[in-house]
Structures are given as structure tokens and as C-alpha cells.
Design a binder for this molecule. Structure first.
Ligand SMILES: [Cu+2]
Length: 321
């Protein structure tokens, strides 16, 4: 694995950041809009499918323990929603009645707090092993929101063990521009790996110090390069679990528009998203070439794959690959 990290570091040093030999996936037609699909990306339906669907949305979440492959030979004994890191993307449309049921298949109590909801926190649980709970509320504010476990005084440890994800509330009356879309959830792992590459669990001392061993996008250390075309608009629903501010930057371009709450910012080089928050970040692919979305304050994690690459080379990368 050390050799692999060294090779990746060398690639980064050469000024390109696509994972070696990765096959680009995604758009093949520059006029196509909609979510990217890749094995390491959270599944996304998008605004049209969500807002044209029923105005009552039901989500079933299961808290369960799982050993997950993070990539680069590293595995992690995580606490998860639905066996995934991050949990599944919850998509709703402004004005929808949302019903979230959490069933606890884990060995300790877990709950659920979605930042998209304005409701009594007593609805967030927690619920004990083998129990279940339901939250029901109308969502009234569009945006990219964090959801996470709610377990009273030990909530932080639970979030940092993997119990978090993104909830998107799409505006109902304002159609978003056609774009290629993806979700990025930034989070950390707070434990050290053993000789086999296993991180056996979350270290409470690291948690207390906000000291992750690894930071990552979408619970993975390896990412598929996403195929795009010059002129494409890319929309990222970005949620920062933390710790620390996420300095969202796309190498090779300037953010076209950032939607954060009711604010709309234009021509931003790097946008700061605090832990426990989210924003919708749009950028356009300016010309043929390679681009990479990073946390500019976490470039030290580039050797751990903390970049989402956008490949507009048409399958003919220039440079030294
Ligand atoms: Cu929990």
C-alpha cells in the first residue's frame, strides 16, 4: 500500500490528479444532464424525478455495524445507516411531507437528526437495539443538509463512527439549470489501522481531539474519474460532516455559483462550508483537460485519494499519464 500511496503522490506532484489508469465514467453526450453514476458515488435521482414524484416521501434507514472497504487496502469497522458510508442520500422537494423511519439493528442506541427539519429534537431519538422510531415533518427550505445520529451526550462519537449522510431538499418552483450532478459528503475516520489494514473501530481520544486519521470524500479513498465535456455545468451537493471547515475548490476553474441558504454567490474561487453544513456548488468545465474538486485545506490527503476528478480529455489525457 505504501508503494501505491507513493505512486499516487508522484502523480499529484506531476500536476495531474486522476487516479492512475482509472476509466472515466459518466456523460458520453455533452447535451445530457443528470446525475453521474459511478460505483463510489452516492445514488442520486435529481430534482425533476423527486419533485414530480409523490408529495409524501418515506425513507427507511437501518442503523447497523459493518466492515467497509475504504480502498487502498484499508477497511473500517463502521457504524452505518444501511451499511453505507455515508448513509443513503435522502431526496425531497420543497413542501413534501417527509417520513423517516429508523430501525436499529446495532448493539447500542441510535437516533436521527436531519438539519432539513424544523422540529422538536425529542423526535430525533435515540432508540435502543431492535427498536424503531419515525420522524414526520414537512420540509420547507431547499438546500443540501446534513443528517446524522442523535444519541444525547455521545452523539459526536456516533457521527464520527459513520452515522451521517446528505439530505437534499430541491426547490419546487425554481427549476435548476441542466447540469451533471453528484453528491459529496466529506468526513473523517478516527482510528488507526492494524497490520492487516483494518481500523477496528473509533478511537474516543481522537474523537475528543477532533483528530481524524483519514479524511475522505463519500467514504472512499479511491474515486472514479468522471467524464465530462467542455462547457458542461457540474452541480455538487456538498455536505461537510467535519471536522473543520471544508475549503471547496475545483482545480482548474472558478466556481460559477454557490447556493448556501438563501444566498447565491457568483465567481467564487474557494467556498468554505463549516462542519454540520452543506451548500450547492456549481462550476463549468472551461475547456478540454483535467479538473479536480478538493478541500483546499486538506490537500495533504491527496495521497489518500481525497479528490474527485473530472476528465474532459475525451479519453486522450495529455501530460505524463
Ligand atoms: Cu448513534
Amino acid at each position: 500500500m505504501l508503494i501505491r500511496i507513493a505512486r499516487l503522490a508522484a502523480v499529484v506532484a506531476l500536476g495531474t490528479f486522476i487516479s492512475a489508469c482509472a476509466t472515466p465514467q459518466g456523460a458520453t453526450d455533452p447535451t445530457v444532464a443528470g446525475p453521474f453514476t459511478a460505483p463510489d458515488l452516492p445514488v442520486l435521482a435529481g430534482q425533476a424525478a423527486t419533485c414530480n414524484g409523490p408529495k409524501e416521501k418515506s425513507f427507511a434507514l437501518e442503523a447497523r455495524e459493518a466492515t467497509l472497504d475504504l480502498g487502498m487496502g484499508i477497511r473500517f469497522n463502521a457504524w452505518t445507516y444501511n451499511g453505507k458510508l455515508p448513509g443513503p442520500v435522502l431526496e425531497a422537494c420543497e413542501g413534501d411531507r417527509v417520513k423517516i423511519t429508523l430501525t436499529n439493528h446495532a448493539g447500542t442506541s441510535h437516533g436521527l437528526d436531519s438539519h432539513a427539519l424544523r422540529t422538536d429534537t425529542m423526535h430525533f431519538g435515540p432508540v435502543g437495539p431492535n427498536g424503531s422510531m419515525t420522524i414526520e415533518k414537512t420540509v420547507d427550505t431547499p438546500g443540501a443538509f446534513m443528517y446524522h445520529c442523535a444519541s444525547g451526550p455521545v452523539t459526536d462519537l456516533h457521527i464520527k463512527s459513520g452515522l451521517s449522510g446528505a439530505m437534499i431538499v430541491y426547490p419546487r418552483a425554481r427549476p435548476l439549470r441542466p447540469a451533471r450532478e453528484l453528491v459529496i459528503v466529506e468526513s473523517g475516520v478516527y482510528g488507526d489501522r492494524d497490520a492487516t489494514g483494518l481500523i477496528p473501530g473509533t478511537d474516543p481520544v481522537r474523537v475528543q481531539k477532533n483528530d481524524p486519521a483519514i479524511m475522505m470524500f463519500n467514504g472512499k479513498l479511491e474515486h472514479t474519474a468522471l467524464a465530462v465535456h467542455p462547457g458542461d455545468l457540474v452541480r455538487t451537493y456538498f455536505v461537510n460532516v467535519g471536522p473543520g471547515l471544508s475549503a471547496v475548490h475545483v482545480m482548474g476553474t472558478i466556481l460559477d455559483t454557490v447556493y448556501d441558504g438563501a444566498s447565491e454567490l457568483k465567481n467564487v474561487q474557494t467556498y468554505g462550508i463549516p462542519p454540520g453544513s452543506g451548500a450547492i456548488v456549481e462550476f463549468r468545465i472551461p475547456e478540454a483537460g483535467m479538473y479536480g474538486l478538493v478541500d483546499h485545506d486538506r490537500l495533504s490527503y491527496l495521497p489518500y485519494g481525497m479528490v474527485i476528478s473530472f476528465d474532459a480529455t475525451g479519453g486522450h489525457p495529455h501530460g505524463t499519464m
